[in-house]
Each structure stands twice: as structure tokens, then as C-alpha cells.
Design a protein around this ligand. Structure first.
Ligand code: NAD
Length: 502
């Protein structure tokens, strides 16, 4: 009997994969039409679980990027005047269509990004919620009318769409990172040029087609996948017609784009890196903390800006927490995301895997101990085993840098003040997680830690209705919630003379 006879039957047939891939538009979307790149250039997209090629897409040039902005600019004024109710109903139809197409979106994400199908379905649900949430917000963007303090003149304040936007998304959440930007831009009345990550552009392509199917007018959303990211952003950031950039990705690239955005004084939204602390106090429910740790660490194989990166555990419970956490991590099944048994997929590419392993090796050299995992898996695909490191020295690089992989470094603290100091000892300030049974303590610590988001006894906190975003080097602005719409509007004040004076 061959080894393959023991493998579980694939949940998804090769024919189903091929059939789905054949439905994904492979061109650039400009002014409502899918077309080739101006120079005929293309790039390939691969499956990180096998290395196999999935699709070949048109690769937009700088000229194509400008053509996309031409298209966005041409319809900006009419789109801004479109009734909010109409924009709302397009978003609601898009929510229904994405939801109906859950299996297609989920499989596509699993193929191009590697996450297990169950997680990909979760992302479809989460990503679609931004369409529903902003369909509801589109008709509730209130201004105000008030008397000036002296009681004569009147003040009218209204919100207007900021104008054409450049949206740049990362590879790790191919659908949700796109809907989180596109939905509020549509709700506010902005037109867009979307540049998805070159490693995972297929989901954004299918999503753009779905927006057209939902009735989005030509030119409102233009999509320019490209193998040259700066070839797209460079000319657009230098073009006075662009009014905003919304970027999700690494802090390094975000800082560069912020610098470039100053030339035209652009509105900027920056969703950048994170280094989330996961703090377990001595009075926490340890089993619940382990459950939360698994979610906060292993969602997306650890390839999430919200991923718990530093496990800070009170010394009185560190042994019990680490033992139970390592047991749960060691029991996970790694494999291609289309396999029914898979709980952990591959990392996105070989560089990502090498970076993760380098951080693990350096931590072990500095005195950390691998309680489970720590040895890269051979073979095709970029798999890395779920890993728990104990005794991690407080100055180890793995506690400073974003790990972006299934590796959990555990370190200890001895007092609440100590925990707060360690948590704040990072240039990042995105997500944080606190476990304790004492609500006063949770609130006290939340007030003192410098993070845009705090979870109380919860391993997953993202929600379309909540303002997602960070402080310090984790970025500027918020996505989701009422704040998410405000990112795409500008405020206009109209001064009115005393209506009784005439
Ligand atoms: P990345 O910065 O390498 O790429 C992000 C996007 O920027 C991609 O579309 C890429 O093509 C583009 N890009 C890269 N270089 C560019 C350049 N010079 N000019 C213009 N565009 C450029 O990040 P990534 O590896 O795709 O994503 C992982 C990072 O994203 C992590 O740091 C993660 O924390 C962060 N992230 C943040 C959030 C958040 O909401 N804060 C969410 C998801 C991911």
C-alpha cells in the first residue's frame, strides 16, 4: 500500500478547483471593462500549499494605473451625487451576492493564500459584514445645523466624499481587507483604484466582478493587479486628482507611502503591523485563556496583524498555561487547506517560512526552549509546525518583531505594573488581549496600555461594527464602525448670516 492511500480524501476535487479558477477575471478592471495590461504583461499566482501555478493575471503598468485614475476621476462627481439610498442598496446586494457565493470565495482564498477552508468561510462572513454594515451606514451620515454662539449667524456642517482613493491591500485577508476599504468608500460616494497584493489577487478580482454584478456603476471601482506595486502607487500619489490613500500592510511600506503622500497632502489611512501582547493574569480562567490563545495565535496560521505575538503570563500560572497551550498547539493538524482535517495551512511563501524559522532559531540561541514544534517541515508547500517557546528572554528579537507565523513565545511577569510595562515596550500598538476574572483590573490595565484595540477574555475581537486600528507604528485611522465611514468623508462648513436679519 502506498503512503498516499492513508491520506484523507480531498474535500475539493481538482475539477472543482479548475472550474472555479476559470470564473475569475484575469484582466485589469478599468471603467467597467476587464482588459489586458497596456504592455501585455502578466504575472502568475501560486498555491502556497503545493507551489502549483493557479492563474496568470494581467500586470498593470504605470500607464494603466493612470488610466484607472482617469476612469475614477471621470465618474467621481456623478457618483458623489448618487442618492445614498442607491449606494446603500448596491452594498446590500453585494452582501447578498458575496454570501451566496461563500463557497467560491472561500475556496479561492484557500487556494491562493493557504488558510483552511473553515477559516476561509469565516473570512467570507467577516468580509461580507463590512458590505452590510456600510450599506446601513451609507444613509446615516449626519451633518448638523446650529446657531453660532452669538445667536445670529447659523452654522451648517455637511460631509462630502473625499474624492478618488487609492486602496492597497495585503495578501493575508484577501477578501476582508478589500471589503473593509471598498464598502465605506462606496457608502461615502468615493471612486477608487484598488491594488490587491500580487500574491493573492484572485479573490479581489472575483469580488470586483461581484460589485459590478451588484450594480456598481462603471468606473467607481477600478482594479489594477500588478507585479510592480510602486509602479502603481508612484504615479498615482503624484497625481493631484487622487485625494486619499488607504493602505493595509507592513509598517515599512506604510511609512514610505506616507512620505510620498505628503506631496499632494493626501488623506491617509494606514493599517500597519502589530505585536499583540496576550496577558494572562494569575486570577484568569486558564482553560479559557488557552482557548483564547489558540484563536489569537492560530487564526490565519499566525499571519494576522492582530495575532498574539507575545504571551505575557504571570509567573504563578505560567507553567500550567504553557503546558496546556503547548499540548493544544502540538495536537493541531497541518496540511493543504482543502483537506477536511486541516487546521493549519502553509505560510505564504518560502521567505515567510525562513523569516519565522530565523526568529525561532535566534530565540533558542538566546536561551528559549521549544516545548512543541520549532523544526520546519520538508516538502512542497511552505509549512511550519505550530510552535510554543518557553523561557523566552525579555530582550529576544521574537518579542520585538512581528512573527507572522504559528509561533508563540511565552515569557513571564510578576506584577500588574510589570505586565503593563512589558506590553507597552513595543513600537506597535494594534491589538492586545487581557485574561483575568477581575473586571476592575481589566479596565485599569486597558486604560494604561497603548493599543488601539483591547480584548477582555476574548481571543478574536474583529467586528465590522467596531473601529479597527492602531496607535504608534501600527497606523493611523480606523476601519469599521462609524469611524470607518468618516475616513472617506471630508467636512464642509457653510456659514449662514442671521436668517432674521434680512
Ligand atoms: P506589504 O507591506 O509587503 O504589502 C502590502 C501591500 O502593499 C501589497 O499590496 C503590496 O503589493 C504593496 N506594496 C509593497 N511594496 C510597495 C511599495 N513600495 N509601494 C506601494 N505598494 C507596495 O505587506 P504584506 O506582507 O502584504 O502584509 C503583511 C503586513 O500587513 C503585516 O505587517 C501585517 O501586520 C499588516 N497587516 C495589517 C493589518 C491592519 O489592519 N493593521 C491587516 C492585515 C495585515
Amino acid at each position: 500500500m502506498t503512503a498516499s492511500a492513508f491520506s484523507p480524501a480531498p474535500a475539493v476535487s481538482a475539477a472543482r478547483e479548475a472550474e472555479l479558477l476559470a470564473t475569475v477575471p484575469t484582466g485589469l478592471l478599468i471603467a467597467g471593462r476587464w482588459r489586458d495590461a497596456s504592455d501585455g504583461g502578466t504575472f502568475n499566482v501560486h498555491d502556497p500549499a503545493t507551489g502549483a501555478m493557479l492563474a496568470t493575471l494581467a500586470s498593470a503598468t504605470s500607464e494603466d494605473a493612470v488610466a484607472a485614475l482617469d476612469a475614477a476621476d471621470a465618474v467621481q462627481a456623478s457618483w458623489a451625487r448618487t442618492a445614498p439610498r442607491r449606494r446603500s442598496e448596491i452594498l446590500r446586494r453585494a452582501f447578498d451576492l458575496v454570501t451566496e457565493r461563500t463557497e467560491d470565495f472561500a475556496l479561492l482564498m484557500t487556494l491562493e493564500m493557504g488558510k483552511p477552508l473553515a477559516e476561509a468561510r469565516g473570512e467570507v462572513k467577516y468580509g461580507a459584514e463590512f458590505l452590510r454594515w456600510f450599506s446601513e451606514e451609507a444613509v446615516r451620515d449626519y451633518g448638523r445645523y446650529l446657531p453660532a454662539p452669538e445667536g445670529t449667524n447659523r452654522i451648517l456642517v455637511q460631509h462630502k466624499p473625499v474624492g478618488p482613493c487609492l486602496l492597497i491591500t495585503p495578501w493575508n485577508f484577501p477578501l476582508a481587507m478589500a471589503t473593509r476599504k471598498v464598502a465605506p468608500a462606496v457608502a461615502a460616494g468615493c471612486t477608487m483604484v484598488l491594488k490587491p497584493a500580487k500574491l493573492t489577487p484572485l479573490t479581489a478580482q472575483l469580488f470586483a466582478q461581484t460589485m459590478l454584478d451588484a450594480g456598481l456603476p462603471a468606473g467607481v471601482l477600478n482594479v489594477v493587479p500588478s507585479s510592480s506595486a510602486s509602479g502603481i502607487s508612484g504615479p498615482l500619489l503624484g497625481d493631484a486628482r487622487l485625494r486619499k490613500i488607504s493602505f493595509t500592510g507592513s509598517t515599512l511600506v506604510g511609512k514610505r507611502l506616507m512620505a510620498e503622500a505628503t506631496q499632494n497632502v493626501l488623506r491617509t489611512s494606514m493599517e500597519l503591523g502589530g505585536n499583540a501582547p496576550f496577558i494572562v493574569f494569575e486570577d484568569a480562567d486558564i482553560d479559557k485563556a488557552v482557548e483564547g490563545a489558540m484563536a489569537a495565535k492560530m487564526r490565519n496560521m499566525g499571519e494576522a496583524c492582530t495575532a498574539a505575538n507575545r504571551f505575557l503570563v504571570h509567573e504563578a500560572v505560567a507553567q500550567e498555561f504553557t503546558r496546556k497551550f503547548a499540548h493544544a498547539m502540538g495536537a493541531l493538524t497541518t496540511g493543504r487547506g482543502t483537506e477536511p482535517a486541516t487546521q493549519v495551512g502553509p505560510l505564504i511563501d518560502s521567505d515567510a517560512r525562513a523569516d519565522v524559522h530565523q526568529l525561532v532559531t535566534a530565540a533558542i540561541d538566546a536561551g528559549a526552549v521549544a516545548i512543541t514544534g520549532g523544526t520546519p517541515v520538508d516538502g512542497p508547500g511552505y509549512f511550519y509546525p505550530p510552535t510554543v517557546l518557553g523561557n523566552v528572554p525579555n530582550d529576544a528579537a521574537i518579542l520585538r518583531e512581528e512573527i507572522f507565523g504559528p509561533v508563540a513565545p511565552v515569557t513571564t511577569f510578576s506584577s500588574e505594573e510589570d505586565a503593563i510595562r512589558l506590553a507597552n515596550n513595543s513600537e506597535y500598538g494594534l491589538a492586545s488581549y487581557l485574561y483575568s476574572r477581575d473586571l476592575n483590573r481589566l479596565l485599569r490595565v486597558a486604560e494604561q496600555i497603548e493599543f488601539g484595540m483591547v480584548g477582555f477574555n476574548a481571543g478574536v475581537i474583529s467586528n465590522a461594527a467596531a473601529p479597527f486600528g492602531g496607535v504608534k507604528h501600527s497606523g493611523l485611522g480606523r476601519e469599521g464602525g462609524a469611524e470607518g465611514l468618516a475616513e472617506y468623508t471630508t467636512t464642509q462648513y457653510i456659514g449662514i448670516t442671521d436668517p432674521y436679519s434680512a
